[in-house]
Design a protein. Structure first.
Ligand code: COA
Length: 204
């Protein structure tokens, strides 16, 4: 439902000045869609993995939801997951690994994130043929349920289609029932396999 907050919003291409917002939005939605602030001792930990590198390395596929003052949501994608992984290894992980080198895991999700930074999850080869792209969408609670999630996804799918991408996939936390319902409602197919919850859509 549109209310005074959601009516004022608009979607635009992400810019370098959005970097802090990408970290914050990621943190505040990183616990299966809800606030994970208490679960990480460094608030940037989830953003290093799931948000910041997308804005930095694939800006053409990074869009934010702007409330006139700051970004309150984003959709981020890469057209070629395997190529992105190689690029992260070269241009992203080395600096992040140095930054977190002295961080001792204390909060509940620290160790998991540090493990992923040390040894990033490898792409699933069986997805490459039909669904080479992947995306992340995260909207802060104040901007949810106003139709902006749908508009963000449509903006991203248009950008991927224009780039000639065949299909897109995304991983979902098994406990994020709301997100699963949202993707199914938007025509994504549940192609979960090997214990991984994955939704996908063909674009061509
Ligand atoms: C999931 C999320 C992106 C959805 O965005 P949103 O702005 O709240 O959703 P919208 O208002 O755009 O909903 C779009 C449509 O999906 C429907 N929908 C939303 N959630 C649904 C659900 N759980 N089941 C069925 N339909 C759903 C809406 O009714 C709406 O339908 P309509 O366009 O036909 O009227 C957003 O809630 C969010 O960011 N949550 C926290 C972070 C997160 O979980 N991200 C996903 C990680 S995988």
């Amino acid at each position: 439902m549109m209310n005074d907050t959601t009516r004022r919003l608009h979607i635009r291409q992400a810019e370098p000045r959005d970097a802090d917002a990408l970290f914050e939005i990621c943190l505040r939605t990183a616990d299966s869609g809800t606030d994970a602030t208490a679960l990480y001792s460094d608030p940037k930990l989830p953003g290093y993995i799931w948000a910041a590198p997308y804005g930095a390395l694939e800006p053409n596929f990074a869009f934010v939801l702007d409330n006139g003052e700051r970004a309150v949501g984003y959709v981020l994608a890469v057209p070629d997951t395997a190529a992105f992984e190689a690029r992260l290894e070269r241009d992203w992980w080395p600096a992040v690994r140095k930054t977190v080198a002295t961080l001792m895991p204390k909060a509940a999700l620290d160790a998991g994130a540090l493990g992923r930074i040390a040894k990033p999850e490898a792409h699933l080869p069986w997805l490459a043929e039909h669904y080479p792209a992947h995306l992340h969408i995260n909207v802060l609670p104040e901007a949810q349920s106003g139709g902006w999630g749908r508009r963000l996804i449509e903006t991203e799918l248009d950008a991927l289609r224009r780039a000639g991408v065949r299909g897109v996939h995304l991983g979902v936390s098994p406990t994020n029932e709301r997100a699963k319902g949202f993707y199914a409602h938007l025509g994504f197919e549940d192609i979960s396999r090997d214990g991984r919850v994955i939704y996908a859509k063909r674009l061509a």
